[in-house]
Design a protein around this ligand. Structure first.
Ligand code: PEP
Ligand code: MN
Length: 445
């Protein structure tokens, strides 16, 4: 089906690349339209049901991965380390809270970035800004920075390879809860969190053995559902991968299970919100500190007028300094309206600053404080702090400062690898999981 038959033509789409060659774009779109789906509509519906469960307070959402995936970063080691990190965090959260944890990767499609400026100038040379590997290359040369639509085809292929490995890992025995120990292997881990993790893994192992000895051997221990997600940003790509589900005749964006609309592209009358409105996947919308109760109600009216549980997730990214001030009004408005939404805290995007050395960074303590504020607000209002959205990697990078390893501004240069925003490294991610798990356990008391 031609996408004009689904999506409203002629709307303004913010943050799109200026492709120099229209014929080449058409060619790339035609290729993408001929490819098989990366995910199935039924899987998106399963995720929606789990989000509905979390929105009721009966599950917790854990979404994590790179700010910007790269083609060269899609190696077996890097993908495996990210999956292991998310599985470890999920085990920690689940163990301490006794809640099911919905595992979602910012993975297998997170290749495009919104930018504040169209161009970047270095030493008097101005070139198009890097918009993610989906559009151009980070290297600062005219050739690399020129948007090339064949990259969208490579996004599909790299996402497909990534998802293939994700599925192999999570369905092929590696994610079996009996493997909870092995997920910690191979990490240059900080002894304190590692020891704490091992202790928990031992307890889980004992509990499983106890159940096995009683003849219980649940299938659910053997494989986990791991979902893919990314920001729906480059509309040529997302529309080309939107297909009509044969079961329901509804359109689904089969490039990922979960798509979110970013803070910079959520204009109510813009093309991104029209796109989100038309597809039947579960949808997230980012909410920054300028979001008003009216915005929130209008988003609900546009994206979930029938109040379908699990359809809509609000991912708030207020910043540690503003979360306690800005979030309560939005939650109260939603509660009063009767709308069912999942509230997720992104403690990354409101806490970015430039270190004296010029690196973009975030303080671990700010990340933690924003999550703490998120929990405090929900506690006060009697609502469910439904999940967290984290930029992380399983690698031992030095991009965010602080944490147990006390990474300093001076340390940033030793291993700063992000193509865009700074990510928590493996140790910081595990440390955060333990701290959030305590908050979640205390919240339930
Ligand atoms: C992101 O999630 O990488 C991002 C750009 O977020 P936001 O839209 O909240 O700024
Ligand atoms: Mn980011």
């Amino acid at each position: 089906m031609k996408s004009d038959a689904i999506f409203t033509p002629g709307l303004v789409a913010a943050q799109q690349p200026t492709w120099p060659d229209a014929a080449a774009v058409k060619e790339a779109i035609a290729e993408l339209e001929s490819f098989p789906p990366l995910v199935f509509a039924g899987e998106c519906d399963n995720l929606k049901a789990k989000i509905a469960q979390a929105a009721r307070g009966d599950a917790f959402w854990l979404q994590g991965g790179d700010c910007a995936e790269t083609f060269v970063g899609a190696t077996a080691d890097s993908i495996r380390n990210r999956i292991k990190t998310i599985l470890q965090m999920a085990a920690v959260l689940q163990y301490f809270s006794s809640l099911p944890v919905i595992k979602v990767g910012r993975m297998a499609g997170q290749f495009a970035k919104p930018r504040s400026n169209d161009n970047e100038t270095r030493d008097g040379v101005t070139l198009p800004a890097y918009r993610g590997d989906a559009v151009n290359d980070l290297e600062f040369t005219e050739k690399s920075r020129t948007p090339n639509p064949q990259r969208l085809v490579r996004v599909y292929n790299t996402s497909s390879a990534t998802l293939n490995l994700v599925r192999a890992f999570t369905k092929g025995g590696f994610a079996d809860l009996r493997q909870v120990h092995t997920w910690n292997r191979g990490f240059a881990a900080d002894a304190r969190f590692s020891a704490r993790y091992e202790e928990m893994a031992n307890e889980i192992g004992r509990a499983i053995k106890f159940m096995e000895s009683a003849g219980v051997d649940p299938e659910s221990f053997k494989a986990v559902d791991f979902y893919s997600s990314h920001e729906a940003l480059i509309l040529e790509y997302e529309k080309a991968l939107t297909r009509i589900d044969s079961r329901t005749e509804n359109p689904y964006d089969v490039s990922a299970h979960f798509l979110w609309i970013g803070e910079r592209t959520r204009q109510l009358d813009g093309a991104h919100m029209d796109f989100a409105q038309k597809i039947h996947n579960p949808i997230g919308v980012k909410l920054g500190p300028k979001s008003t109760p009216e915005d929130v109600l209008a988003i609900i009216a546009k994206l979930n007028p029938d109040n379908e549980p699990g359809r809509l997730t609000f991912i708030t990214r207020m910043g540690a300094g503003l979360i306690r001030e800005k979030l309560p009004e939005l939650i109260k408005t939603v509660e009063k309206s009767g709308a069912i939404v999942l509230w997720v805290c992104d403690p990354m995007h409101g806490n970015t600053y430039e270190a004296p050395s010029g690196y973009k960074t975030r303080k671990f303590d700010d990340v933690l404080d924003e999550v703490r504020g998120f929990f405090e607000v929900h506690k006060k209002l009697g609502t469910h702090p439904g999940g967290i959205h984290i930029e992380l990697t399983g690698d031992d990078v030095t991009e965010c400062v602080g944490g147990g390893e006390a990474i300093s501004h001076e340390d940033l240069s030793s291993r700063y690898e992000s193509a865009c925003d700074p990510r928590l490294n493996h140790t910081q991610s595990l440390e955060l999981a333990f701290l959030v798990a305590e908050m979640l356990r205390d919240h339930k008391k």
